[in-house]
Design a protein around this ligand. Structure first.
Ligand code: GLC
Length: 649
């Protein structure tokens, strides 16, 4: 590409710096410019220069160690796609008290093979209720009880030296009502009023609300909040204290880019773009997934690629499959937006299959997914810090011969434990009487039956629950992407009902599945730290925890040694001859891989003939380490068993 951009480039004292910056702008400047043009029209040219200035300052400030990481990543562009990648997600305080405390528990993470650590919101939030930290008052300060920005930088460096990438949330859609920008807006400064979406009366809010879905229908109904000081209704998609930012204002883009580069220069390697789907509003729509969202991401992504190529973006877009794929870059955005996105649909489908012992709907839903761009990856997970919403479309349900509404109702009944014979112990979150939607909170182990099994003391039930937990993990590790383990799940931690005793959590039962790390249990299971005196743990619980922990470590180790799981390869659904089995095929240049997951407690017979057609007469079953002869007529897939068969080379 010819360099027509040089005149706008910031000056650097060092010639090498100037060259590196120029070369990268030559590579990515067009993406940036194009997206600024698409969003800001006539203002784009001057904005482009302004953005280059911010990038130049960020580049000049980038520490040497991180520049080396940039160079290394440019040589390993697929770093997030590799089968060795294992994510771990936790609140720093719930895991280890403080950021410095997290640094004391790296052995635990290493034992699990973790290479990616997502510390839940840790930038300074408002006091009191703050949506688990997603209401930020200062992007440049760390939550005081966790430590300081210096502590964060130190921890990032420590993690980096152990090969663990630090992942941090970046809330782009809103700030806390107490953020400096909001305070200035309230004080009457028109510059800052324009950082938000404020309406003098209900006309426009009412018009918008006609097509806006409710995010928190229960504790924060509506999407606008009256503010006396502003003398208007301010847009608040989530809670009343989370004010949506006005991305149509280029100042907002510049501010947030500056924040991103600041965090990148502290050593953050992946930015989780919180609620990214919501950042652009358009009358008459749901105000999610609008085209400008992807342009804004592309602009930010291009800028970060120039300044800090080591840094990746992860989109948090909990949206339907047809919309989700665009967050990984389709059409003109191919390869230009986020590197990673949550596979919410896989998560929902696994729970659905487990409850119904039927994978038909899973087959339909996963088959409907368009292949993702080969340079991107999924974040796969069994559960996260949020509730589970039954994101199952009526159309997919119909194609699986189900009624969508009824099936979603069944899943809510099942996972709240109301359904007769259910093994789950979950809690209903955000019941919406208008749609009858009931989302579900609950820890993985409680949802998978461990809580009820331990209560009953029945060994068979405990066994089934452990198997379910391992099966779900096998599926998210086999699907391809970065598996995101949620803290405590490696020990089968149960629901923590004590959230009701904490004023700022009591109304939000998602805290039931955001427990404090049970280090006593960990010590019993893996001999970590000093075993606390008198820290007796029920033997059945300890035994289940040990089996889960060992099982996970085994999965992680097998996964790391299975190149077929590189995320550039797609998992495709193979129609299963038995509704209780889910079959996935991956075509790697090394040979085909066929995965089989039995979502029921029954032993299920599977024809070897059909397996032979995929992986030949003999195949390696990676999870057991055995070679399987597929010459016989059939093989038996045990209850909740997973098979990872790879063609022999
Ligand atoms: C994301 C977070 C969720 C939060 C919301 C608003 O969806 O995962 O916990 O409530 O954004 O920031």
């Amino acid at each position: 590409m010819t360099n027509t951009l040089t005149s706008a480039l910031p000056a650097f004292e060092d010639r090498d710096d100037a060259d590196t910056f120029r070369l990268r702008v030559e590579r990515y400047g067009a993406d940036l410019r194009e997206s600024l043009g698409a969003v800001y029209g006539g203002q784009a040219e001057s904005l482009y220069e302004r953005v280059l200035g911010i990038m130049g300052a960020g580049f000049a400030a980038r520490p040497r160690e991180l520049r080396l990481l940039d160079e290394a990543r440019l040589l390993h562009q697929d770093w997030l796609q590799r089968p060795e990648m294992i994510g771990y997600v936790t609140y720093a305080d719930r895991f280890a008290g403080t950021l410095a405390g997290v640094g004391e528990h790296l052995d635990h993470l290493e034992r699990l093979g973790v290479t990616y650590l997502h510390l839940m919101p840790l930038l300074k939030p408002r006091m009191g209720e703050n949506d688990g930290g997603y209401a930020v008052v200062d992007y440049r300060q760390v939550r005081p009880d966790l430590g300081s920005m210096d502590d964060l930088e130190r921890l990032a460096a420590r993690l980096r030296r152990r090969g663990i990438s630090l992942v941090v949330d970046l809330v782009l859609n809103h700030v806390a009502a107490e953020h400096d920008w909001a305070l200035r807006a309230r004080a009457g400064d028109p510059k800052y009023r324009d950082y938000f979406l404020v309406f003098p009366d209900r006309n426009r809010p009412d018009a918008y609300e006609r097509t806006l879905p409710e995010v928190f229908p229960d504790f924060a109904p509506g999407s606008f909040t009256w503010d006396d000081a502003l003398g208007g209704w301010v847009w608040t998609t989530f809670n009343t204290y989370q004010w949506d930012l006005n991305w149509a204002n280029p100042d907002v883009l510049c501010e947030l880019l500056d924040v991103i580069l600041h965090l990148a220069n502290k050593g953050v390697e992946v930015l989780r773009l919180d609620a990214i789907a919501f950042i652009w509003k358009r009358l008459g729509t749901a105000c999610q997934n609008e085209p400008e969202v992807h342009h804004l991401t592309q602009a930010l992504r291009a800028a970060v690629r120039v300044v800090a190529p080591a840094v990746a973006f992860k989109a948090e877009a909990i949206v339907g499959p047809a919309d989700l794929i665009h967050y990984l870059g389709t059409r003109e955005h191919h390869g230009k937006v986020s590197d990673m996105a949550y596979h919410n649909s896989l998560m929902v489908q696994l729970w659905s299959a487990l409850a119904s012992r039927d994978t038909r709907l899973t087959e339909v839903a996963l088959t409907a997914f368009r292949p993702k761009p080969t340079t991107t990856t999924w974040g796969t997970y069994v559960r996260c810090h949020d509730d589970i919403g039954w994101a199952i479309s009526d159309e997919d349900a119909r194609r699986a011969l189900l009624d969508g509404h009824a099936h979603r109702g069944f899943l809510s009944d099942f996972y709240s434990g109301e359904y007769p014979g259910s093994f789950a112990r979950g809690l209903v979150f955000q019941y919406n009487p208008a749609t009858n939607d009931r989302r579900i909170s609950g820890s993985l182990a409680s949802l998978a039956g461990l809580e009820s099994a331990l209560q009953s003391g029945d060994h068979w039930q405990i066994d089934d629950a452990v198997q379910r937990i391992l099966l779900l993990h096998a599926a998210v590790m086999g699907f391809g992407g970065v598996p995101l383990l949620y803290m405590g799940d490696e020990l089968g931690m149960l629901n923590d009902y004590s959230y009701v005793d904490h004023l700022e959590h009591a109304r939000d039962n998602r805290w039931a599945h955001r427990p404090r790390m049970d280090w006593a249990l960990a010590a019993h299971v893996v001999g970590e730290g000093t075993r606390p005196a008198g820290g007796d743990v029920d033997p059945a619980r300890r035994d289940a925890a040990r089996r889960i922990f060992d099982g996970l470590r085994h999965l992680v180790a097998v996964r790391a040694g299975t190149p077929h799981l590189h995320a550039s390869v797609e998992s495709r659904v193979i129609p299963s001859p038995d509704a209780r089995l889910l079959l996935l095929r991956r075509d790697h240049p090394l040979g085909a891989m066929l995965q089989v997951y039995n979502v029921s407690e029954d032993d299920v017979e599977l024809s070897c003939g059909m397996l032979r057609a995929h992986v030949g007469l003999a195949a390696d079953e990676r999870l057991s380490g055995y070679e399987y002869s597929l010459a016989p007529v059939a093989l038996m897939v045990g209850g909740y068993q997973a098979l990872w068969l790879t063609q022999k080379v």
